[in-house]
Design a protein around this ligand. Structure first.
Ligand SMILES: [Zn+2]
Ligand SMILES: [Zn+2]
Length: 367
């Protein structure tokens, strides 16, 4: 009996841990909230497999702050069963269902064409029906007239780009120049394109990462096996739709994909600063070995590669900093003469450009 009770208690504890673990957690950065957003989602109102309320329940389980249901305007494979003459219907149902919750629903739609135009999401629209325009350029113009933030979806999609390498077409260049295209996906579903990240950096576009979910989040991203859905972190002054819109137009984002953070250096550095804190503990006994600790306040399992002249008493140069945990490092300070240089790491799972990683430094103080 006693064993049974202990066993039941253990089950309860682990279930509870699992439930809270699922919520994606990143700390706010200086001056901004780190809002968790998935801005590319489908339901049965285009080619997805679930009703809109399921998307809201999934988002709440994942601890998201905002989502957008971005149904294909032109691609309606279930129309025999679900005629869907009003392309705003998915948004309206989601908005109604989300009323009882602290989740922002952004009105969006996916403008769907073959290359060289490809697919694009328009967010913060007022009327999806008005985007039903045959000419792609005119559809983008209508989105701009509605004040939309528009991003190019899955530019690396192998169904459209056989080599998986995105190419910025003349159409896209024209859309960027005329303020009709503002971002692109470096992350879509289970794919990540370093080339797309570099296109965003070179063309001053906002870096977007989305699930583009059609089935169930739990199955597609293997949550039971420790996976997580891809999201954008959007750095907004407040948790409001207006603030998210401002942040997206200003490019204040990172992507979170398969334990990798992806985006522009400025925002990466701000998030790393907020996510990893450093504490100097002092020299160990009479030795010249300095003990410090690093604490991770985020969901990322950081993979750090020492690039400073020090080495460690108990660790090799490759260090894993588990989510929401603290590690202690013992530094052989006599490796260098004179004043101590900063302790410095490449963050291997923080990507800020094509084959380029972020780095972090900690001032070790006096010897
Ligand atoms: Zn698409
Ligand atoms: Zn899509």
């Amino acid at each position: 009996m006693r064993f049974l009770i202990i066993f039941l208690m253990l089950c309860f504890v682990s279930l509870e841990a699992q439930d809270t673990d699922r919520k994606i957690q990143f700390p706010d950065i200086e001056g901004y909230k780190s809002l968790k957003c998935d801005l590319h989602i489908h339901t049965v109102f285009s080619d997805g497999h679930v009703w809109p309320n399921i998307r809201i329940d999934e988002a709440l389980k994942d601890g998201l702050d905002a989502i957008s249901l971005t149904e294909h305007i032109e691609y309606q494979p279930w129309k025999e069963d679900i005629p869907n003459p009003d392309r705003n219907r998915s948004y309206e149902l989601a908005k109604e269902y989300a009323k009882a919750h602290d989740l922002i629903i952004i009105h969006g739609a996916e403008i769907t064409r073959n290359l060289p135009v490809g697919h694009a999401n328009a967010l913060f629209i007022s009327d999806a029906n008005k985007l039903m325009i045959e000419d792609a350029e005119e559809a983008y113009t209508e989105a701009r007239n509605q004040g939309a933030f528009v991003f190019w979806n899955h530019p690396n999609w192998v169904n459209q780009e056989k080599d998986g390498i995105p190419q910025l077409s003349e159409f896209h260049k024209k859309m960027i120049q005329s303020n009709r295209l503002h971002g692109l996906e470096a992350v879509n579903d289970i794919t990540y394109s370093e080339e797309a990240l570099q296109i965003a950096i070179d063309n001053n576009l906002t870096v977007i990462g989305t699930s583009d979910i059609h089935g169930l989040i739990d199955w597609q991203f293997e949550l039971a096996e420790g996976g997580h859905r891809p999201i954008n972190l959007v750095f907004a002054v407040d948790k409001t739709e207006a603030s998210i819109k401002e942040a997206l137009f200003a490019g204040k984002t990172l992507c979170w994909f398969q334990n990798i953070l992806i985006g522009k250096e400025q925002w990466m550095n701000a998030l790393l600063d907020a996510s990893i804190s450093y504490k100097r503990k002092g020299m160990i006994g009479p030795s010249s070995i300095l003990e410090i600790s690093l604490t991770n306040h985020s969901d990322a399992r950081f993979i750090l590669k020492n690039n400073s002249p020090f080495d460690f008493y108990k660790n090799a140069d490759l260090i894993e900093l588990e989510p929401h945990s603290t590690i202690s490092l013992n530094i052989l300070t006599d490796r260098v003469e004179g004043a101590l240089p900063p302790l410095s790491f490449d963050v291997l799972n923080a990507v800020i450009g094509f084959k380029e990683n972020a780095s972090i430094q900690f001032d070790l103080g006096r010897r």
